[in-house]
Design a binder for this molecule. Structure first.
Ligand SMILES: Nc1ncnc2c1ncn2[C@@H]1O[C@H](COP(=O)(O)OP(=O)(O)OP(=O)(O)O)[C@@H](O)[C@H]1O
Ligand SMILES: [Mg+2]
Length: 332
């Protein structure tokens, strides 16, 4: 078994809610709440969940930008929470991020060549910055002659290529992609995902790939984790995940992906979840999903299910995981 590059252990990131004249802390937004995950070197972990379930908070914690309330984050086997400023400086080089909106994450007044050059200059890694930037531009499919153009002269997909070139400039070990294709047209989404896949092979990269939608990460992820209110509901290797998901929440998310075959699509049962996502400031008792779960029983309201192992690499946090036979019935 290959080595874990990243290990997240029982991580919690809670933001205080301050109210009144004296800004007293009255409650906490439990954005990430007792979450554990591992990512092996060279693999892609896809993380999926509804808006507000804590995906970006988790991403920022991995980058050392959000201070955890409790738990631990290990990078190459060492806790990053104990890092001194010098180690933090190195970590910022080893872990890079690609953002959702390539327009707001790129300085509109800076030529794209300069944007890509910024990390190289900050870390003084190369003598010939311009030549290295042009190499990077070619690597991500941008013409080097565009060096002096401004971000607004590019399409969304091209701008995301600039963001990717900037992220790979320092040859990082891990890239956290926070919804990198959500703002792009479907046809462009595939091109950007293909580029990320090619770069992964070429540069031996490891990805944490965050998405709203399970169809986006189906091809790129080696492992998938589903988040709900700051917790992992289910995590598994890609094939096991898409073929035999066990959590009722995962099944609801999977049932929302359109099937390519219209005949199957007609017969397929859509699971529509009732109610809204509860507030992460006041999550439900017991299983946090019980208020919307079609299979909830009294125990789900009272007790918190643990992430239990179903098969190798397949973990589910549910008292009543869906059985194999039922699963097959749902698919036909
Ligand atoms: N700095 C902060 N201070 C207070 N609350 C915050 C802060 N950052 C995030 N939150 C809250 O934490 C919760 C999780 O937010 P987060 O941005 O991590 O969700 P997300 O899963 O990335 O959502 P989206 O899919 O919309 O990007 C939300 O309720 C959000 O309002
Ligand atoms: Mg987000």
């Amino acid at each position: 078994m290959s080595q874990n590059l990243l290990e997240i252990r029982n991580l919690a990131v809670h933001f205080p809610i301050k109210e009144g004249l004296f800004k007293k802390t009255t409650n906490y937004v439990k954005a990430v709440n007792d979450l554990s995950l591992t990512v092996r070197k060279g693999e892609t972990l896809g993380i999926v969940g509804e808006s507000g379930c804590g995906k970006s908070t988790l991403a920022r914690a991995i980058l050392g930008l959000n201070k955890p309330t409790s738990g631990d984050i290990l990078f190459e086997g060492e806790s990053i929470l104990d890092y001194n400023p010098k180690q933090m400086h190195q970590l910022r080089r080893d872990i890079q991020m690609v953002f959702q909106d390539p327009f707001t994450s790129l300085n509109p007044r800076m030529p794209i060549g300069e944007i890509i050059a910024a990390p190289l200059k900050a870390y003084k890694t190369t003598v010939n910055v311009e030549q290295r930037v042009k190499e990077l531009m070619e690597l991500v499919g941008l013409k080097p002659e565009y060096y002096h153009r401004l971000p607004h002269e590019f399409s969304g997909g091209q701008r995301q290529r600039v963001g990717i070139a900037r992220a790979i400039a320092l040859e990082p070990k891990l890239i956290v992609c926070d919804e990198p294709v959500s703002a792009l047209d479907v046809s462009v989404q595939a091109q950007v995902i293909n580029l990320l896949e090619d770069l992964q092979k070429e540069l031996n990269l490891t990805y944490v790939f965050i998405a709203h939608d399970l169809s986006v990460i189906k091809h790129i992820a080696d492992k998938v984790a589903v988040m709900y209110l700051g917790k992992v509901m289910e995590t598994a290797e890609r094939d096991s995940f898409y073929q035999s998901a066990r959590h009722p929440y995962t099944n609801a998310l999977l049932s929302a992906i359109p099937l390519p075959d219209p005949e199957k699509e007609k017969k397929r049962e859509r699971i529509v979840l009732q109610g809204d996502l509860p507030s992460p400031a006041n999550p439900p008792t017991g299983c946090v999903f019980h208020t919307r779960c079609p299979k909830a029983q009294p125990i789900c309201k009272e007790k918190l299910p643990r992430l239990e192992q179903m098969e190798e690499e397949h973990f589910v946090s549910c008292f009543f995981p869906i059985e194999e036979e039922q699963k097959r019935a749902l698919n036909t």
